[in-house]
Write a protein that binds this ligand. Structure first.
Ligand code: FAD
Length: 564
């Protein structure tokens, strides 16, 4: 007997490369595409801000339109998965459930619940891998049952497995016609995508990343038109403070599955095959999605991956509890324009460049504030359109040197990092309009501007814009010493994610290999590469002040009082 199937969309909000939906269509007489909007399920496992909710609702609308074009539709229902599905199974005479394999703990729990319900109700279950390049369990198996915990080891394991599967075939009108749904299922209004305001949410910022598969594919095509750019892509050479993204900006679409990672990967392979030369992992574009896969694999096999306590690969660090400093960081009030501009972009737009993420993450944790990476991860989770369980936690551990990254003496200077690629501060002027009239010379360190410059710029530091929250040189040196002690005490943990060959300090591997190194290397970005070289990097008169900042609070208060 052919099945009557509910295809449940969770992530994977797309029709291209959708092997589970293809399998459902091939084995059924009727297929009902369903999305259960279970807010309790989502919000009990993640902090999701209104920007990402907007992105999801737009993606659902887009999916509904694409299904309609093929003669089907999307049924969106609110409630718990269990209650909604039990009702629909009875109402539609369902015999089979289909949904993608997911790897995150809360989706795995949902998977188990759905399977238990299916078994109780006598339903078949269809499930394929679609959110990752490989079945990550196979990667772990191929590595002897353990996750490869360094990128180099990870690539070695992949070389045993061969290339990822090709994307699934296209879904056509014919497929849908073969599995028609009864036309009227009790009123359109019951199944519509709710509006943001119906969810009690509001966003007034412009839509820069419209949600949905069509936008994802459009964006992919736009980037892939320039084959030279794709072939030569080298992550460290992209610019964090360009006014438009200097990388693909596809992460929101990959994270929600509006874009298939296998489609992305194999399109790249095709371009590489047609190019004389192309960049390689870890810095190439293919290398980027392999980082994604790397963190998915590590997260699947590591208990408490998103926490420090109980996480066996993560250094156990006595971070400061400083809610006030955390709030200042989150609300773009640190007094370091580079950091505050990034946090403003994050909160307004939901996407920031990878190196900008480096800058603010390093600043919050091992660089300046010595606040736990978990706190930063939660803030990112709330605001990022691409917030992702495995990638977010993995990168926060990396940036805080809690796991994966070991060059803890490389601390980004919150003044020089941004200045390197945007000396005139166009990016700062856009996101921090309060500083827009500052001369370029002072815009990254406005507290050093003389009184008359502050007055002319219409912004008094300490009044209209905050004084720096810390003395960067003092804080970073103190933190480096703390980190050194922690690492000595927990040497066994550091070794778990350390690859000797990845560490240029230990073997002379080309620095080019690591984006951290490329960022920090000889370009003045790394302010205090080590206590002993701190001075060397801060040679010019003005640069020297940058690094050894001391706030002249009296002078600043004097200026403030003059204009009050
Ligand atoms: P591109 O450079 O165009 O790369 C293409 C794709 O490769 C990305 O869309 C992404 O899926 C993947 N990718 C790129 N860099 C990484 C990386 N370092 N690790 C894993 N996958 C990568 N990315 C997320 O998708 N979700 C997150 O929650 C997230 N949190 C982060 C937190 C911190 C502290 C840091 C430093 C990085 C984080 N990243 C996260 C990784 C990375 O910054 C973004 O994936 C990237 O900037 C997205 O822009 P893009 O699509 O233009 O990337």
């Amino acid at each position: 007997m052919p099945n009557r199937t509910i295809h449940l969309f969770n992530k994977g909000l797309r029709l291209h490369d959708n092997p589970t939906l293809v399998a459902a269509l091939e084995s059924s007489a009727a297929v009902y595409p369903v999305f259960v909007l279970d807010r309790h399920f989502v919000e009990s496992s993640t902090r999701m801000g209104a920007l990402r909710w907007r992105f999801i609702l737009q993606s659902l609308e887009d999916l509904h339109r694409s299904l309609q074009r093929l003669g089907s539709r999307l049924y969106v229902l609110q409630g718990t998965h269990e209650a909604v599905l039990r009702r629909l199974v009875a109402q539609w005479g369902i015999t089979q459930l289909s949904f993608d394999v997911e790897v995150e703990p809360h989706y795995k729990r949902l998977d188990e619940e759905l399977r238990a319900m299916a078994s109780e109700l006598g339903l078949g279950v269809l499930s394929c891998v679609a959110h990752t390049l490989y079945d990550v369990k196979r990667i772990i198996k191929a590595n002897g049952g353990q996750p490869p915990l360094t990128y180099k080891k990870f690539l070695q394991v992949l070389s045993i497995l061969g290339k990822p599967d090709m994307p699934a075939r296209e879904i056509t009108e014919m497929d849908i016609q073969k599995c028609p749904m009864p036309s009227n299922e009790g009123g359109e209004e019951h199944y519509q995508v709710p509006s943001l305001s119906e969810l009690g949410l509001e966003v007034d910022s412009e839509v820069l990343w419209p949600g949905g598969e069509s936008h994802a594919l459009e964006r992919l095509e736009r980037h892939f038109q320039s084959q030279g750019w794709v072939a030569n892509f080298s992550k460290p050479r992209t610019i964090p403070n360009s006014l438009l993204p200097s990388t693909t900006g596809l992460s929101p679409y990959l994270s929600l599955g509006c874009l298939s990672v296998r489609t992305f990967y194999h399109r790249l392979s095709k371009i590489y095959a047609q190019s004389k030369n192309h960049s390689l992992p870890p810095v190439s574009l293919q290398g980027q999605v392999l980082w994604r896969e790397f963190f998915y694999t590590a997260a699947l096999a590591t208990p408490n991956f998103t926490r420090m306590v109980g996480n066996p690969i993560c250094l156990q660090i006595g971070w400061y509890e400083d809610p006030e400093a955390l709030k200042k960081w989150k609300m773009a009030q640190t007094g370091f324009p580079w950091i505050d501009a990034i946090m403003t972009q994050l909160r307004q737009e939901g996407w920031i460049h990878h190196l900008s993420r480096h800058a603010v993450a390093c600043f919050l944790t091992r660089g300046d504030l010595w606040i736990s990476w978990e706190e930063g991860m939660k803030v990112f989770e709330e605001f990022l359109l691409d917030a992702d369980y495995s990638i977010n936690a993995g990168n926060w551990m990396w940036l805080s040197a809690s796991a994966f990254f070991h060059q803890y003496t490389r601390i980004f200077c919150p003044v020089r990092f941004g200045r390197r690629t945007d000396p005139d501060g166009h990016y700062l002027r856009k996101y921090l309009p309060v500083l827009k009239n500052f001369p370029s010379k002072y815009i990254y360190e406005p507290w050093n501007a003389p009184e008359d410059v502050q007055l002319q710029s219409g912004c008094i530091i300490g009044k209209d814009y905050p004084l720096p929250i810390v003395n960067h040189l003092d804080a970073s040196q103190r933190n480096m010493a703390l980190m050194k002690t922690v690492r000595c005490e927990q040497a066994n943990t550091t070794e778990l994610t350390r690859d000797v060959a990845d560490d240029p300090m230990e073997v002379g591997v080309k620095r080019e290999l690591s984006e951290e190194d490329a960022v920090a290397q000889g370009d003045g970005t790394e302010c205090n590469g080590g206590i002993s070289v701190g001075k060397k990097h801060c040679s010019s008169e003005n640069e020297g002040r940058t690094c050894s900042w001391t706030p002249d609070t009296h002078r600043l208060q004097e200026i403030s009082s003059k204009v009050m």
